[in-house]
Structures are given as C-alpha cells and as structure tokens.
Write a protein that binds this ligand. Sequence first.
Ligand code: NI
Length: 135
Amino acid sequence: MSTLARIGVAIDSELLSDFDAYLDRRKYANRSEGFRDLIRDALIGEKTEKPDQPAVGTLTLVYDHHTRSLSEKLTAMQHDHQELVVSTLHVHLDHHNCLEVLVLRGSAGQIRHFAEGIIATKGVQHGQLVITTTS
Ligand code: NI
C-alpha cells in the first residue's frame, strides 16, 4: 500500500462549485475520492489507448435475434476469437430482442478491434465497450 500524499490545488471558484455539485450528484462523500476517481479514469483512459496494454473489457450488445443469420454470425465471431472471450451472458429481453454481455481479456488493441467488428455487424442495434486495466 502506498502512502498518502497531500496536495494543494488552486482552482477557479466557479469551477470548484461546479465540481462540488457534480460530486453531490454522484454521491461522493468528499472531494478527495472524487479527485482520485477522475485521475484514475484519465490515467486508465490513456493507458488503454495503447494497443499493447493488457486490458479487460465488457461489451454490451442489443440485437434482434430474428435478423437473418445474426446469432450464428455473432457466435462464429466469438469462436474465432475464443482467446479474447472469457465469458458471455445472454438475456432474452422480449420476443425479438436479446441482450448480450461479453467479458473480454487481451491487449487493448485486440479488444477494441474485436468489439468494433461486433458492433458494426448488421443487425446489432446498440453496442458499447467499457475497457479497463488493473496494472
Ligand atoms: Ni435471446
């Protein structure tokens, strides 16, 4: 566990007041935790822009399984990249729509490339990738 360092930050009062309102909306108990999360978010965002960065991600998809051969296509794409796909969750939302969540692990570049291919597949109505890293 690293030691805690204290810093003083000069900040425009209007910006601080907007930040405090943001922290309040997000249910933060104090500014320090809010600052730490924003800093981590920026650093992880920068790291996972590097294609070689080891990363994990979740890809959430909504699609209509009646779309011709879509389910088969999505399954085939996952089998072709089985080294990336750790786990999947499938929920039948209603008569037409399926929700699928894929847990992915690999390099940030491989994860993004795979997710972009899935999201761009005809019939996928919405897809969103969340990518992060522990290192
Ligand atoms: Ni389904």
